[in-house]
Design a protein around this ligand. Structure first.
Ligand SMILES: NC(=O)c1ccc[n+]([C@@H]2O[C@H](COP(=O)([O-])OP(=O)(O)OC[C@H]3O[C@@H](n4cnc5c(N)ncnc54)[C@H](O)[C@@H]3O)[C@@H](O)[C@H]2O)c1
Ligand SMILES: [Zn+2]
Length: 385
C-alpha cells in the first residue's frame, strides 16, 4: 500500500430527498447564475428534469437546456455539442443524468472560453482548466462520475474508450437525491451498480490503494454488496436504492486516489468496438478478472471478506478470496446480466484485437497488483466466450 494518502473531493455533497433548496443556496453564492441544464433524452422522458426546470423558473434563474448527448459518447460528439452550447452565455452547468451526461458536462466545463478540443485533452490532459461552476446530479446507481476526476469518451477510429483525467473536473456541488433513482429501470440499475462495485473492489485491490482510498472503497463495496440484489428484485425498496447511490459515490471517491485496473482495462475495447454498455462489459469480465488477479490480491480480498462477512472469519485466506469472488459472480447472475461475449457479436477472430487493445490501457494496468502477461489478458477474454 502507498505510504502517503490523499482523497480528492467535490466541494459540497448533499444526500437526501428534494435537494433543490440546497441547489438554490449554492446558485445564490454565484455572481452570475446563467445555467446550462445538461441532460439526455432518457432523463427528459423519465420526467426527472421537470422539477429542476420548475425550480429555476420559479426562482427566475435563466437557463438553456441541452439534451442531445447520446449514451457513452465519442470525443467527436462532445466536441460537436460544445460548439452548439458555447453559443449560450452560461457560468454554471447543472448536469442531471448518468455517467454519460456528467462526463460530457465535465469536458464542456473545461472547453468553455478556450480554443482547445476534447481531442487536445486526450493528447494532453494537463491543458485542462475549469471555466465554469459544475453541479452534478447522478441518476444511475451509478458510475460515481460525480466524484471522480475522469471523463470517459470513446475514440471511434481506435475502437476503444479512453479516460481523460484532471482534477479540474471535480464539481462544486453534488446532489445525491434518491428520488432520481426511484424509477431507474432494473437493467440500468444492475449494470451501473456492478460498475460501482467494480470501482470499489478494483480500487481496494489496486497497487496504489491507500489507507484513505481503502476506507471509502470498503464502505462502498459493503453498501453495494448488501443492497444490490434487494434493490434489483424489489424496485420499491428506496432504502436499498439510496444505499447503492451512496456506494457508487464512495466508489468514485476511491478512484480519485486509487484506480481501476484489470476489469476496466479489458472492458474499454468491448465498449469501443462492440458498444457493450460500460457496466455490462465490467460485469462480464469481473469474475474472470478477479480470478486472474487472485494470487496477487487474495490478502486484500480476505480483508474485504472479514469486513463485509465477519461470520466467515474461520475460513482461510484462500477460501475468503474465493468467497468474495463467488459473491461477485452471484451478484452478476442474480441481476441477470448476460455474461457470454458471443451474445454481443464477439468472435474468436476478435480476440487478438481485444488483447492488444487492452494491453494499451497502460494507465489502468499500471494500477494492477499482478503484472499481466499477454496470455493472462487473452485467457480472461477466452473464459467469457
Ligand atoms: N467518469 C467516471 O469516473 C466514470 C466512471 C464509470 C463510468 N463512466 C462512464 O459513464 C457512462 C455510463 O454511465 P451510466 O451507466 O450512468 O449510464 P448512461 O449515463 O450512459 O445512461 C444510460 C441510459 O440510462 C438512462 N437513464 C439514466 N438515469 C435514468 C433514470 N433515473 N431513469 C430512467 N432512465 C435513466 C439514460 O437516459 C440513458 O439512456 C460510460 O460512458 C462510462 O464509461 C464514467
Ligand atoms: Zn466504471
Amino acid at each position: 500500500m502507498a505510504e502517503t494518502a490523499f482523497l480528492k473531493l467535490p466541494q459540497r455533497v448533499y444526500l437526501g430527498k428534494g435537494l433543490l433548496d440546497d441547489l438554490g443556496a449554492f446558485l445564490k453564492t454565484r455572481k452570475n447564475t446563467n445555467v446550462l441544464l445538461f441532460t439526455d433524452e432518457g432523463l427528459l422522458k423519465a420526467g426527472l428534469v421537470q422539477p429542476l426546470k420548475d425550480y429555476l423558473e420559479e426562482n427566475k434563474i435563466q437557463y438553456h437546456i441541452e439534451a442531445e448527448i447520446k449514451p457513452e459518447p465519442s470525443y467527436v460528439q462532445v466536441d460537436e455539442l460544445f460548439q452548439k452550447v458555447s453559443k449560450f452565455e452560461f457560468s454554471t452547468i447543472i448536469a442531471i443524468g448518468g455517467g454519460s451526461v456528467m462526463d460530457a458536462a465535465k469536458l464542456i466545463s473545461l472547453l468553455l472560453h478556450t480554443k482547445i478540443s476534447v481531442k487536445d485533452l486526450i493528447n494532453n490532459p494537463t491543458k485542462a482548466q475549469k471555466h465554469c461552476a459544475t453541479v452534478f446530479i447522478p441518476t444511475t446507481a451509478g458510475t460515481g462520475s460525480e466524484a471522480t476526476i475522469n471523463a470517459i469518451v470513446s475514440i471511434p477510429e481506435k475502437q476503444v474508450k479512453f479516460g481523460i483525467v484532471s482534477e479540474a473536473m471535480l464539481p462544486d456541488l453534488v446532489l445525491l437525491d434518491v428520488n432520481n433513482v426511484k424509477n431507474l429501470p432494473k437493467a440500468i440499475l444492475a449494470s451501473s451498480a456492478i460498475d460501482a462495485l467494480s470501482h470499489c473492489i478494483e480500487c481496494f485491490t489496486a497497487k496504489n490503494a491507500t489507507i484513505m482510498s481503502n476506507g471509502v472503497a470498503l464502505l462502498g463495496a459493503k453498501l453495494i454488496f448488501k443492497n444490490v440484489i434487494q434493490a434489483y428484485q424489489n424496485p420499491s425498496d428506496i432504502k436499498a436504492r439510496e444505499a447503492l447511490q451512496l456506494g457508487a459515490f464512495y466508489g468514485g471517491v476511491a478512484i480519485t486516489a486509487s484506480g481501476t485496473n484489470i476489469v476496466h482495462a479489458l472492458s474499454y475495447p468491448l465498449g469501443g468496438k462492440f458498444h457493450i454498455a460500460h457496466g455490462v462489459a465490467n460485469a462480464i469480465l469481473f469474475k474472470a478478472g478477479m480470478e486472474t488477479n487472485k494470487p496477487a490480491i487474495k490478502n486484500r480480498l480476505a480483508i474485504l471478506c472479514d469486513n463485509i462477512w465477519p461470520e466467515e472469519g474461520s475460513k482461510t485466506t484462500d477460501e475468503k478470496a474465493d468467497f468474495v469472488i463467488d459473491k461477485i459472480a452471484q451478484v452478476v447472475k442474480d441481476t441477470e446480466i448476460p455474461t457470454d461475449l458471443r451474445k454481443f457479436g464477439v468472435k474468436n477472430s476478435d480476440l487478438n484485437f481485444l488483447t492488444n487493445s487492452a494491453l494499451e490501457q497502460k494507465r489502468l494496468l499500471s494500477h494492477n497488483m499482478k503484472k499481466l502477461s499477454r496470455a493472462d489478458v487473452l485467457n480472461v477474454y477466452k473464459s467469457v466466450m
